[in-house]
Write a protein that binds this ligand. Structure first.
Ligand SMILES: [Zn+2]
Length: 167
């Protein structure tokens, strides 16, 4: 992204998403975190809980979308921005479209599963009835390092036990 598009709010909110990612790592989940912001305030925050809940759909974005909908009292999330440390997958991008979230900001791209342009581009699909504005690369180095360190530690610590995909 261009430097002049990046704001102090983006950096601050992505730092909060990184905190959620660290919490996820604390319970053995792949470190991915998300926050949903409206009027400069955090409405909802969540880390990936796939392992914790033994739920393949318990991605950070989905958990944050559910919490934000509860906070706002409706399924639409107008005026919000979703910050997530890793480019959303197809499921989460679908959830973002369904919730009509106006703006998505992500940290690191996901060349294996990203659905904001890397593998698919669900968020820019002209046939869908909602297309959020998308910015990538906010605190990208920090977001990517979390994942890299997590998988490196797992490989060295568990003697080659399976490493499955992020997100
Ligand atoms: Zn996802």
């Amino acid at each position: 992204m261009r430097d002049d598009e990046r704001t102090e709010l983006d950096d601050r909110m992505m730092a909060s998403a990184i905190e959620c990612a660290r919490e996820a790592e604390g319970h053995g989940d792949v470190p991915i975190g998300a926050v949903i912001v409206r009027d400069g305030k955090i409405l909802a925050a969540a880390g990936n809980e796939r392992e914790l809940r033994a739920d393949p759909t318990a991605h950070a974005e989905i958990l944050a979308i559910r919490a934000a909908a509860e906070a706002l009292g409706g399924w639409r999330l107008p005026g919000t921005t979703l910050y997530v440390t890793l480019e959303p997958c197809a499921m989460c991008a679908g959830g973002i479209v369904l919730a009509r979230i106006p703006t998505v900001v992500f940290g690191a791209p996901d060349p294996k599963a990203g659905a904001a342009g890397s593998v698919l581009d669900v968020l820019a699909e002209p046939a869908l009835n909602h297309r959020p504005a998308v910015r990538g690369g906010v605190l990208e180095a920090e977001c990517a390092a979390l994942l890299r360190d997590f998988f490196a530690a797992r490989r060295s610590g568990e003697g080659g036990i399976r490493t499955h995909e992020a997100g």
